[in-house]
Design a protein around this ligand. Structure first.
Ligand SMILES: *Cc1c(COP(=O)(O)O)cnc(C)c1O
Length: 387
């Protein structure tokens, strides 16, 4: 690790753990500041749903709050309640919205529901006319077809003089479908629709862009950006160098090193037949740890597409996964390494500064988001504190 800002030394458990993750909160804070800068005149919010993209919502929330974030987005109300302790006076938006009966929870934890349908809107109007003013946000669909009021309904609402005075949205938002591809015509189409809604709700702040949208430039920034993946070091824009600092380093210990002869096979299904005498390192990580079975070197349908399996990193080398990944263990082919460079007890980096998480994700036909949020519970964690 290069950014040794940690003041708390790693625990003995961490130093000996079969499977461990280092979480660099300084990098997280730096990534937020970088996204705040990229957001230009807009404020940068912070998305911390799914346990802060797997790194832990408590640590993520506190670090981002200390770095200056005051607008947080979570998916579920329970995530908002957890975050509230770490972000005392921040605005916490709940992207999934609100159901009948949940009002006390939102009021108690001071959460802002993101109203995303006509049903939620009608229910919320009733709730605030009884309870009195409480902020909400409005999600308007501009082409994603996941959540949101239709464009027409939103424009009608903006001009509806009969809406109760206690109904006071503080943010109008929409979500881009293709912002990871700057050449997609969908971006401008959604932008133009959103500009209409944003203008109709004159005087109310608006927000269109997640991480990737923020990279599309000032037109896409509005008042508030909503970066998630970029904060955690993931790749937002496909096919461009990733400017963010990695936040998570995942490492698995080598349990055993085996010599195997040419012609022998490796792991379930005997799908990997060795072409040469080989040295195999058995590491303590499996698909139960989010090291997806589709990362296997052989024996999954994905390999038939010609896409290579995943690599780990050890002693300056990339080493390929051999055969199928099992629930708790993965076998790496270390034959090409000098024998003295790899020993039982050493750690193989699964992803981190030397092995970009998105490169690993691609080998499984997926994205860094899925790798991060799938980290699982068995990693011993060490947090490098932010200054
Ligand atoms: C998840 C999410 C984000 C953050 O997206 P990233 O691509 O991780 O930056 C922003 N807005 C909404 C509505 C989301 O669901």
């Amino acid at each position: 690790m290069t950014s040794a800002s940690s003041v708390i030394p790693p625990s003995d458990e961490f130093l000996t753990a079969p499977l461990r993750a280092t979480i660099d909160l300084q990098a997280l804070a730096d990534n937020w500041r970088a996204m705040a800068k990229r957001s230009g005149k807009a404020r940068a919010g912070a998305v911390v749903k799914a346990d802060g993209y797997g790194i832990g919502i408590e640590d993520a929330g506190q670090t981002l709050y200390n770095a200056g974030a005051r607008d947080f987005f979570v998916a579920l109300p329970s995530e908002g309640a957890t975050l509230r302790t770490y972000a005392p006076d921040a605005r916490i938006f709940v992207l999934s919205g609100i159901w009948d009966g949940m009002e006390p929870f939102f009021f108690d934890h001071d959460l802002v529901p993101v109203i995303a349908s006509e049903e939620q809107l009608a229910f919320w109007m009733r709730a605030v006319s009884e309870h009195g003013d409480h902020p909400c946000a409005l999600h308007v669909d501009t082409g994603f077809n996941r959540l949101g009021l239709s464009l027409d309904d939103a424009l009608f609402l903006a001009s509806d003089v009969s809406r109760p005075a206690s109904f006071s949205p503080v943010l109008i938002l929409s979500h881009l479908a293709c912002s990871d591809d700057p050449t997609s015509a969908m971006n401008r189409k959604q932008l133009e629709s959103f500009q209409q809604v944003s203008a109709a709700f004159d005087g109310i702040e608006s927000s269109l862009s997640a991480s990737a949208g923020t990279f599309l430039g000032p037109d896409y920034h509005f008042d508030l950006t909503r970066p998630g993946i970029a904060l955690y070091g993931g790749e937002a824009v496909i096919g461009q160098p990733n400017p963010m600092r990695p936040v998570v380093t995942a490492e698995a210990r080598i349990l055993q090193i085996r010599e195997a002869k040419a012609g022998e096979t490796v792991s379930y299904g005997a799908t990997c037949q060795l072409a040469r005498d080989s040295r195999l390192a058995v590491a303590s990580v499996g698909y139960a740890d989010g090291y997806l079975r589709n990362l296997s070197g052989h024996g999954t349908a994905l390999r038939e597409t010609g896409l290579p399996g995943a690599h780990g990193f050890i002693a300056g080398h990339r080493v390929p996964v051999a055969g199928r990944i099992t629930m708790d263990m993965t076998i790496f082919d270390v034959t090409d390494l000098p024998e003295k460079d790899v020993a039982v007890g050493d750690y193989i980096e699964l992803f981190g500064p030397n092995m970009p998480i998105d490169d690993v994700a691609r080998a499984a036909g997926t994205i860094g988001y899925e790798m991060l949020t799938g980290l699982g519970l068995r990693y011993e964690r060490h947090y490098l504190e932010a200054e």
